[in-house]
Structure formats: C-alpha cells, structure tokens
Design a protein around this ligand. Structure first.
Ligand code: CU
Length: 337
C-alpha cells in the first residue's frame, strides 16, 4: 500500500473524528502516564495524530463498554423433553452508526447494533431464532456450527417485510459466528450483519472475567478498503476508556475476526502471553503465545492472567490497523486496589 493511500485513509478518520481539527495534544486525551510519555515522544516526530481520536460519541450511540461484557442468553424455557429452549428475536434494519466520534457509517444491522447481540447458550440447548427483515435488502442469518441444511441461512434469502425461524440444537461447544449470507456476501457482511455466537461446554469453562471482542472495520468512503478499524466497532474506544482487570484475575476474551477486505487481522497482547484455544472447541489443547492472526471468520478463545499491574496495550499487529483505530488498553489494578 502506498504512503499516499495510507495518508488518505488516516486523514479520513482524522477529519471525521474531529471536525474541529486538532487531535489529542500533549497527552491531554489520555491520563495514563505511560501513554502521555509515548505521546510526548510522538509529538516530537509529529505522528501523535495517529494515536487516538478526540471527542465523544453522540448520546445514544452504541456503547462498546456495555457490549464488551453483554452475553444474550435469550428467553429460556424447558421443552417437554426436558431440553432447554432459548428463543431470540433478531431484526435486520438499516441504521447509521458511529464508528469514531463524528464518523458515521450507513450500516445494515441486527437489532440496530454492529456487531449484533452476542448469542450465548450451552451445548445441547435448542435455539429458536425468529428473524424479521425490516431492512431495505434481502438478508438471512447463517450460523456457524452443526445444523440442518434449511437452517443454514445460505439458500433462503428473507426479503424485506418477511420473517424466517431458524431452529436447531446447539453444537458443538466453541466460539462461533453468525452473519448474513445473502449475495453479494462481501457487501452484506461489511455493512454490519454479524455477531458472536458462543456455545458453552456442558460443564462450563473455569470462572473468569469474560469479554467479547469482534475485530471489524469500515469502508467509510466506499472505495473498497477500510478507513476505520476497531474491536467492537468504535475506533480507539478501549484505548480512551481502558478495560479494567485485576492483577491475578483470569481474563477470557472471545475473539472473532469478521474484518472484510483485508485478508488477515490479528491480536497482540503486551506484557503477557495468553492461552490460545482455536475456535474454542477443545478445552485441553492450546498455544501459549502473545500473537494470533485470524482470517475472516476465524475465532479464538484467549485466556490470560496479569502478573504485573499497570496499563498494557492490546492491538492488531498490523501497525496500520492499530493506527487506524484497532488499539486498546487493559488497565491492571494492583493486588490491593
Ligand atoms: Cu444481508
């Protein structure tokens, strides 16, 4: 990618993010000492513009902090057979979303948000998802996992004003994904029709501080490549609002890559390594690493515990993605905090 092209992409984020020009100056936008120091250094080189956006999202916008730890178990009841039934309503609707302060994107959404709600159940549960299309185009829901052909969402486009009920047993346990599978799929996914789909093992996983991170990106000028990158839609949100975790606490991240246009996305953790459970389908085997690359549609469960307190970055290791918004901070609180 040429330097000119990269500049264009950065300028877009910057211009939209500010309106009033002038990004964070002298570390004003970040109160963390380590970052202020970094910014001071960057200011010398004139590159601190890439560090973070300023300003706040409009009131009522999607809240990445709430999304991070919200798992939707649906309406729970028990079938005559004794099987647990979880019912969901997913509605497709067109909606403009804010992907950085002042930067709006005309999205297609499930339930008005991008990503859609994180659907969570236990292996063996019956899922019943009532899908209603209130959008302007035909859509569907394609769940990853094991299910009958007519529940696959690939051959039954649901036209505007119509509904479809997806019903199947949840298997296998792991970290899955759902997304629209209507052609052209590239467009329908990029527009925002996707979400995380977690099937817990029957015995559960060890207790942990859990969060979901969906790596996504937005082509805000419709040139076929992304201008804004993030986990959970809003550029730099978790850098401006660090995620607090406790020293010694087990943290579990459900990581999904749905980034369109780029072949790979990645997750690098600072000051630590994580256990990497690919697709979350095996409780025993894992890699011990600080870096994973995922193609579009790939998922992984990451588990880690911090040994040292303080702020630690996490970000895409594609530096350009990190500078265009896919960067955050874990703030590890000391043992006695
Ligand atoms: Cu669609």
């Amino acid at each position: 990618m040429s330097a000119d092209r990269r500049l264009t992409r950065r300028e877009l984020l910057r211009a939209g993010a500010i309106g009033t020009v002038g990004l964070a100056t002298g570390g004003a936008a970040l109160s963390l000492p380590a970052l202020a120091q970094d910014q001071a250094v960057d200011t010398v080189h004139g590159s601190h513009h890439d560090m973070v956006t300023v300003g706040q999202l409009a009131p009522g916008s999607f809240d990445p902090a709430a999304f991070l730890t919200h798992f939707d178990g649906g309406r729970v009841s028990t079938l005559p057979s004794g099987q647990v039934l979880r019912e969901y309503d997913l509605v497709a609707e067109d909606r403009e979303i804010e992907v950085a302060p002042g930067v709006f994107y005309p999205a297609w959404t499930y339930n008005g948000q991008v990503p859609g709600p994180t659907i969570r159940c236990t292996e063996g549960d019956r899922l019943r998802v009532r899908f209603t299309n209130r959008g302007s185009h035909a859509h569907s829901i394609h769940f990853h996992g094991i299910h009958p052909s007519n529940m696959d969402g690939a051959f039954e486009p649901v036209h505007p004003g119509r509904s479809y009920v997806y019903e199947f047993d949840a298997e296998p346990f792991g970290l899955h994904l759902y997304h629209c599978h209507t052609v052209p799929i590239k467009r329908h996914i990029h527009k925002g029709l996707y979400g995380a789909f977690i099937i817990d093992p029957k015995g559960g996983r060890p207790p942990a501080r859990e969060m979901v991170m969906v790596m996504n990106a937005f082509d805000t000028n419709f040139d076929g490549e992304n201008e804004v990158y993030a986990v959970n839609t809003v550029a730099f949100h978790y850098q401006k609002n660090p995620i607090h975790v406790r020293h010694g606490e087990l943290v579990r991240v459900y990581l999904v890559n749905i980034t369109e246009f780029d072949l790979l996305n990645s997750f690098h953790l600072h000051g630590n390594l994580y256990r990497l459970y690919r697709t979350g389908t095996d409780l025993e085997r894992f890699e011990w690493t600080d870096m994973v690359s995922l193609a579009q549609g790939e998922r992984a469960v990451l588990e880690f515990t911090y040994k040292h307190p303080g702020p630690f970055m996490f970000h895409a290791h594609q530096s350009e993605f990190a500078e265009l918004g896919w960067s955050g901070i874990f703030l590890v609180e000391p043992p006695n905090a």
